[in-house]
Structures are given as structure tokens and as C-alpha cells.
Design a protein around this ligand. Sequence first.
Ligand code: XMP
Length: 315
Amino acid sequence: MNSPADFCAQAIARLRAEIPGRCVVAASGGIDSTVAAVLTHRAIGDRADALFVDTGLLREGEVERVRGIFAATGLRAEIIDGSERFLAALEGVDDPEEKRRRIGAAFIRLFEAEARARGTDRLVQGTIAPDWIESGGALRDTIKTHHNVGGIPADSRLTLVEPIRDLYKDEVRAVARYLGIPESDRQPFPGPGLAVRVNGAVTRERVAQLRRANAIVEEEVERAVAAGTLPAPWQYFAVLLASRTVGVTGDNRIAGEAVVVRIVESTDAMTASAVALPHPLAVRLAERITRELTPHVVRVLYDLTDKPPATIEWE
Ligand code: XMP
């Protein structure tokens, strides 16, 4: 990338050429899609409709947070409640790649309907380089199907417009800062949401458990960063494991579940290293997660693995 200013000028010119009429923009509130949405809005103004889908797979407080980001960037995004549709699409599915395909397809069907209603076939997405590099292609093995790449059904009538597909995350952040987007250094959150952090069956109840555990990880890590006991990590989150594990409450042995805490350092998500967890933080995470989620969660583990060989997300 040249300078952010040059990149934006070129991207805006290309968007004007690629979108002769109206378009819909898939806006998740994450940094990538917000950059794509702001560029599109600057290119074609009110001919772009930004749509934010509440998949029911979002983090605690996400909808309010995203509303704030849109308000600060002058984007008028419509919020669509898709939670029933996404949970229904995931019913009975526990294979990670199948989850990604179903979520991708549900997104595309929803955007197809919204685009048709607005008389367009153009869908703007915030796909970035690692998304398509890792989703595979003619010469690449598939590492995983990013929801905004591999999950698109072959019969889709949508024409994709991807203004930042050649950028890496650190470049996207530089562009975001240049465009005045708040929280440009916020940790990434995958498009398929908490579904790829709930190992095994994705039910409303299991998503709710993971959502709470994830909020505890975010709160405690951010508290440690603010106190200066931990450098700000690249990503920090919780994963709910599929296997049952035995716990004890009072005199009773109970069958519960286990949560994995994952905290990694990285510069572009292509490689990452597991962060050495300060012991007081480890103790506090185990104590809070088990106390607040008992009897559902009875065990807390820490993921020590770098990428490679692991990926950052579990699925
Ligand atoms: P992995 O797990 O492949 O993740 O090491 C690399 C980075 O990408 C994020 N991620 C996604 N982002 N759609 C996205 O927009 C996806 O399907 C997706 N899968 C993973 C992940 O959080 C990490 O920052």
C-alpha cells in the first residue's frame, strides 16, 4: 500500500466505476467492513445502504458498540435481526467447515433479498488479504473457509465488490485511523461470530454461556492492560469445548463443560504466538468463569499454542 491517503483516493475512484447504481454494504462494525463501508459511502453517498446483521452470535454489548461506531463515522446502518435464521441454519451442525458454509450461505441469502428489494446486485464486503489467502484457491490448500469468501453459494446472483481485498490488517488499521474511524485498534472478531468459538453444537444456551465467559475474558484482560500488568494483546477470547467434563459442587459430582482462554500476540494474523499469562490473571479468570458459569462450566484451560501449527480461532 502507498500512503493511506493515496489508497483511499484510488479505492474511491474504483468504487465509483464499479457501482453505477445502488449497492448494499455488509457492515459488521468490525474494522474491515467499517473501512469498506466508509469508503463506499464517500464514493457514492446515499446510493450505498449499509446493513448490520445481528446474527445472535455476537458478543455482549456488540449491537450498542457498533451503533456508536456507525454514529461516529456518519454511517447510517440499518440493523437487521437475523438471530432466528442463523441459529436455525446451524441446527444439528458441529463440523467447523460446515458451520462456516451455513453461516456464509445465510448471510448471502439475506443480502440477496435485501439487494433485490433495493434494485441492485452489488454487495460490498470488507474482505482482506488473509481471508482469501487462507480460504484457498487454485494453488492454495484451504486453511479455513472464511465466512465472507468460501461460503458464497455458486448460484448467487450478487456481484461482490471488495475495496480492501489486497490489504493486511495493519494496513487496514492505518486506513481506518486516516478515515477517523473510532476504535481502529480494537481486537478482530470473526464474521461467523461466536459460532466458531462454540465447539460442537451451537445452541442458544451454549452461545449464551460462551458469550458470558468471553465477556469475562475481555473485562479481565482489559483491566490487566489498564493496570500495566499485561501488554495489549492482539486477540483475547474464550472458547467453549464440545466434550463434557466432571466437576463438583458441594457433595455432588456433576457433568459440566470446559472453557478455553486464548490470548495471542500477532501483527497480521498470518502468524501468532500465545501470550505468557501472568499468574494472578490466570487465577482470576479461572475463579470468575467457574463462579459465574457454574454448574455449566466447571473447568478453565489455557491455549499455549502458536500459529502455526494452530490457527488463532479454534474452528
Ligand atoms: P485464524 O483462526 O485463521 O484467524 O488464524 C486469523 C484472523 O482472522 C479472524 N477470522 C475471521 N475473520 N471472517 C472474518 O472476518 C472469518 O470467517 C474469520 N475467521 C477467522 C480471526 O479472528 C483472526 O483475527
